[in-house]
Design a protein around this ligand. Structure first.
Ligand code: KIV
Length: 304
């Protein structure tokens, strides 16, 4: 491993210290029409870079099942796997609000287990909020978790944990009954007291209606520009994904290409004996070198 840890002086940001973002400050953003920025992060270094860049919320999304662990969907990731990543991200985040996604199976089976899992994300992982997928049917559970002093983010629309019920990753709320259901879901979660509401994969017009209707801030992904904030998966932002991106994805950088080029350049330099160069090598101190030369000269003389 490198002898220069990422946490060293060379890794620090020149940015001024920022205010800590809290569940309460999200509400301010909505009231002042100041868009909330959110990205996913799954490890220490990315979390630290994202936090230092000035993001408001960091979500350790269960999308890490796909982006980090290579699973086909999010269903198989466990609480323990999520916690492993939440703890790493916690160590990299200072100012942003840290949200942990509750994975499939950690809250659907039994409210007591749900409460105990949510508590683990706060106690062991250092999360400041947990996120739960689902609409009005989750309202009671969300209310209970908030009652246990844990802020909750709702998540409605295209909820990836429901992939088998939805029959694929499909935009939700495209017909009138779908729109009505989404409105009911949003209002129920708003009343339950969610600190923010993620809107995924829904028509822009519906997201705008929900945003105007609820008092909680909405954070959209594939939900158009009228939401109170936006979230993207970090790997989509920097093109570290494989396959065709969803319509809403914009690559703000091409880290995939950068990494490929860096690896190719490294391999070429190693093969050509150009890496490491002399300046990249450690050297013996002068006295040791002189001593060593004397020893070697003596050995050579004895051999003659
Ligand atoms: O898991 C995730 O990354 C998410 C976002 C897409 C909102 O839930």
């Amino acid at each position: 491993m490198s002898l220069t840890p990422i946490g060293g002086a060379s890794g620090s940001s020149s940015h001024e210290p920022r205010h800590k973002i809290t569940a309460a400050s999200l509400q301010e953003h909505k009231l002042q029409h100041n868009p909330i920025t959110c990205l996913t992060a799954y490890d220490y270094s990315a979390a630290r870079l994202i936090d230092e860049a000035g993001i408001e919320m960091i979500l350790v999304g269960d999308s890490l099942a796909q982006t980090m662990l290579g699973y086909e969907n999010t269903l198989s990731v466990t609480v323990d796997e999520m916690l492993h990543h939440v703890k790493a991200v916690r160590r990299g985040v200072k100012s942003a609000l840290l949200i942990a996604d509750m994975p499939y199976g950690s809250y659907q089976i039994d409210p007591k287990a749900a409460l105990s899992n949510a508590t683990r994300f706060v106690k062991e992982g250092g999360a400041e909020m947990v996120k739960i997928e689902g609409g009005e049917k989750r309202a009671d559970l969300i209310h209970r978790i908030i009652d246990a002093e844990i802020p909750v983010a709702g998540h409605i629309g295209l909820t990836p944990q429901s992939v088998n019920v939805m029959g694929g990753y499909k935009v939700q709320g495209k017909n009138l009954s779908g729109v009505e259901q989404l409105m009911r879901d949003a209002v129920a979660l708003d009343r339950a007291g969610v600190a923010c509401l993620f809107l995924e994969g829904i028509p822009r017009e519906v997201a705008a209606m929900i945003t105007a209707e609820v008092s909680t801030p909405t954070v959209g992904i594939g939900a158009g520009p009228e939401c109170d904030g936006q979230v993207l998966v970090f790997h989509d932002l920097v093109n570290l994904t494989f396959g065709t991106p969803a319509k809403f994805v914009r690559h703000f950088a091409d880290a995939g290409q950068l990494i490929r080029q860096a690896v190719q350049a490294y391999c070429a330099e190693v093969k050509a004996h150009k890496y490491p160069a002399d300046e990249e090598s450690y050297h013996l101190p002068k006295e040791t070198r002189t001593g060593l030369e004397t020893v070697l000269a003596r050995k050579r003389a004895m051999r003659r």
